[in-house]
Design a binder for this molecule. Structure first.
Ligand code: FAD
Length: 328
């Protein structure tokens, strides 16, 4: 029997794409996700380096919107997220001031990617499919990936759940409206240092919003629930510093990051890794939540259409799915 379900291709299996997919599937669409990475979760990332590991992108998330609270309650129930009760402070030249949150700080367990993997388990996801072009042929969308060329299946709808600059590259030639929306926002970079220490660091906090340093965030990854016990730290450079050093190589930046880490903590990492997130966060929150051009059946979602949080990204995907459903 031929399915009458509307087919949707979603490019990007970060939390926005997965949330959109989950909701579209619940409303009777047939969804296929494509992601260029080896796994799902995008910037809710966790990296393994042989014998050690750490959360690499998003550090924790909060839930304030009732819909997202409900979703997070399901993640907790499914054992893929837990509250993080670490001591969070502001840290300025050795002085610490507690920084309580009005909302529970959650983390994925056993890794930040876990909620994304949980959603993806019930969806049809192609990883290691980097979409390099999209084509509109007879009112249907076709997709070309770097690894597999043109995908045989055609789709009635196309959703781009990828950062604005990458979305513009794919869809700009088809929609002046969507192109302009992509160009409205500025995404800021973030240089990140992940550090493994043989000996525990005796700092009086588990996470710190740092002032007066290259870094703006420093966290003891092993203070999060269900993590390995050995000492690992994540240090994220400020967006201003990262933007000023965006064209530098890893080779040039690593010594500066290591020196900054030593100035903050008093020790050098025994092992380390660094990474540049080129499109880490949105400069300013966006009122749009999502974008949709029904004349060509294309939607955009992602944190950059709402705010650069896990919650913002999830809500963006959810709201786009609701709108697509209503448009039928
Ligand atoms: C360093 C850092 C720290 C952060 N800290 C926090 C925090 O503490 N709390 C918080 O709530 N949020 C934090 N964030 C923000 C949060 O991670 C993001 O807002 C959220 O994860 C974005 O989800 P998304 O689905 O919109 O995008 P992404 O997670 O970026 O997902 C996009 C996906 O699209 C894929 N993709 C891109 N281009 C293509 C292509 N051409 N073909 C196929 N696939 C493609 C990517 O591989 C990726 O998986 C942080 C982000 C960073 C980088």
């Amino acid at each position: 029997m031929i399915s009458t379900k509307k087919r949707v291709a979603i490019i990007g299996a970060g939390i926005a794409g997965l949330s959109c997919a989950q909701n579209l599937e619940a409303h009777g669409f047939a969804v296929t996700l494509f992601d260029k990475s080896k796994g799902v979760g995008g910037r809710m990332s966790h990296r393994y380096f042989g014998d050690w590991e750490a959360d690499h992108g998003a550090q924790y998330f909060t839930a304030r919107d009732p819909l997202f609270k409900e979703e997070v309650a399901q993640w907790v129930q499914a054992d893929v997220a837990k509250p993080w009760s670490g001591r969070i402070v502001t840290f300025n030249h050795g002085n610490t001031i507690d920084k309580p949150s009005d909302a529970t700080r959650y983390v994925g367990i056993p890794a930040m990617t876990s909620p994304a993997k949980y959603l993806a388990n019930r969806l049809h996801v192609h990883t290691q499919h980097m979409v390099v072009d999209v084509h509109r042929i007879n009112d249907l969308w076709k997709i070309t990936t770097k690894e597999h060329g043109q995908i045989p299946e055609a789709f009635e709808y196309l959703v781009l759940a990828i950062p604005s600059v990458q979305a513009e590259r794919l869809i700009g030639k088809y929609s002046a409206e969507l192109k302009a929306i992509c160009q409205e926002v500025v995404m800021l970079p973030c240089w990140t240092l992940l550090a493994y220490l043989k000996e525990p660091l005796h700092l009086a906090f588990d996470g710190a919003f740092v002032e007066g340093s290259v870094f703006s965030w420093l966290a003891r990854d092993n203070s999060k629930p269900n993590r390995p016990v050995y000492e690992t730290w994540v240090a994220q450079a400020s967006h201003a510093w990262s933007a000023a050093h965006i064209d530098h190589t890893q080779f040039e930046i690593e010594p500066i990051l290591i020196q900054g880490f030593q100035e903050l903590t008093g020790v050098e990492p025994d092992l380390h890794q660094s990474h540049l997130w080129r499109y880490a966060k949105l400069e300013q929150a966006n009122e749009r939540e999502f974008a949709l051009d029904l004349s060509i059946a294309v939607g955009l979602c992602g944190d950059w259409l709402k705010n650069s949080t896990v919650e913002g990204a999830w809500l963006s995907g959810y709201r786009l799915a609701q709108q697509l459903k209503q448009s039928l």
